[in-house]
Design a protein around this ligand. Sequence first.
Ligand SMILES: [Zn+2]
Length: 50
Amino acid sequence: MQTIINMECTECKRRNYTTTKNKSKHSERRNAQKYCKHCRRHTSHKEVKA
Ligand SMILES: [Zn+2]
């Protein structure tokens, strides 16, 4: 069972990335440093449900 996950910039709250993950294997929520084109720099992104 794959779950669609959005990666949301914690600074501007925009959703920049979409990914999928297996919820049963990866239930923990993680933050990731990703490039935000709106902030124009790397920011912390959190996982949110699509
Ligand atoms: Zn941003």
